[in-house]
Design a protein around this ligand. Structure first.
Ligand code: 13P
Length: 252
C-alpha cells in the first residue's frame, strides 16, 4: 500500500459490549500489535466500565484506549454521565463523540457534539468526531450536504492532526453488512478533506479521516485503499482480536 501522509489508525468501537473477561481479546490485540508497530496505530474504545482495566493491559504497548462518549462539563450533577477528564484519569487517550447511535438514540445535535469535542481537548484527549448520512439522505442525493453541515456544526476551531480524527460512518452501513462503493467512499472522503482544508488550512492534511461501517477483513483492503481514507473505525469485527488484526494487517 502507498505510503500515507498521515499515520493510519485502525480503531475498534466495542459499543455496549465487553465484560472483564474480554480482557483476553485485548491481550491478543496487544500481542499482534508488535508486528504492526510504526505502520498503523491501533486503538480500542471499550465501554467506560473497562477503560481503567484496559488502559492497564495495554500499558507499554502500541495500543491506545479511548472512551465512547463524554459529557461537555468537567464535573457536576449529571447522573450517569462521564466527563472527558474522568476518561483521561482512567487512562484514555481519546474519546469518540457524535457517533450516529448517540445522535439518533440520544438526539445529540451538532452543537452538543462540538461541545463534547471541546471537552475532549480540554482534558487532553483526541476527539474522534463521527459524521455520516442516513439512508434516505444518501438516496435523495444529500450526502455531501449532510457531511458539510455536520463538519461545520460539530467541529471546534483549533484542530490539529493530534487532537482531531474524523470518522465517516454512513448510518446505513453500520452493522448491516452493506458498504458504499469505493467511488462513493472516495467522493465522501475527498469532500471531507476539502471542507477541512477550507476550515483549517494546511493543518487539515494532518487530520486523519477514518471510514466506518461494516468493515471486515474481507473488505478492508479495498476500503482502506481509497484516497483520503486513513484507517477504519470498526464495530462488530473489533470484538474478535483476529478479525480486528486482520483489518489492521492491511497496513502491514
Ligand atoms: P460496524 O463495524 O459493526 O458496522 O459498526 C461501525 C461503527 O459504528 C463503528 O463506530
Amino acid at each position: 500500500m502507498a505510503a500515507l501522509p498521515r499515520r493510519a489508525l485502525v480503531a475498534g468501537n466495542w459499543k455496549m459490549n465487553g465484560l472483564k473477561r474480554s480482557t483476553t481479546e485485548l491481550e491478543k490485540v496487544v500481542a499482534g500489535a508488535g508486528a504492526l508497530a510504526g505502520k498503523v496505530e491501533l486503538m480500542i474504545f471499550p465501554p467506560a466500565t473497562l477503560v481503567t482495566a484496559f488502559a492497564a493491559t495495554v500499558h507499554g504497548s502500541e495500543v491506545g484506549i479511548g472512551g465512547q462518549d463524554c459529557h461537555a462539563e468537567a464535573s457536576g450533577a449529571f447522573t450517569g454521565d462521564i466527563s472527558a477528564e474522568m476518561l483521561a484519569d482512567a487512562g484514555a487517550k481519546a474519546v469518540i463523540v457524535g457517533h450516529s447511535e448517540r445522535r439518533t438514540l440520544h438526539k445529540e445535535t451538532d452543537v452538543e457534539v462540538r461541545a463534547k469535542a471541546l471537552a475532549a481537548w480540554r482534558a487532553g484527549l483526541t476527539a474522534v468526531v463521527c459524521i455520516g448520512e442516513a439512508k434516505d439522505e444518501r438516496v435523495s442525493g444529500k450526502t455531501l450536504d449532510v457531511l458539510g453541515r455536520q463538519i461545520d456544526g460539530s467541529l471546534p476551531d483549533g484542530a490539529t492532526g493530534a487532537n482531531l480524527v474524523i470518522a465517516y460512518e454512513p448510518v446505513w452501513a453500520i452493522g448491516t453488512g452493506l458498504t458504499p462503493t469505493a467511488a462513493d467512499v472516495a467522493e465522501a472522503h475527498g469532500f471531507i478533506r476539502e471542507r477541512l482544508t477550507a476550515r483549517y488550512g494546511d493543518v487539515a492534511q494532518a487530520v486523519r479521516v477514518l471510514y466506518g461501517g461494516s468493515v471486515k477483513p474481507s473488505n478492508a483492503k479495498e476500503l482502506m485503499g481509497v484516497a483520503n481514507v486513513d484507517g477504519a473505525l470498526v464495530g462488530g469485527a473489533s470484538l474478535k482480536a483476529d478479525e480486528f488484526l486482520g483489518i489492521a494487517n492491511v497496513y502491514r
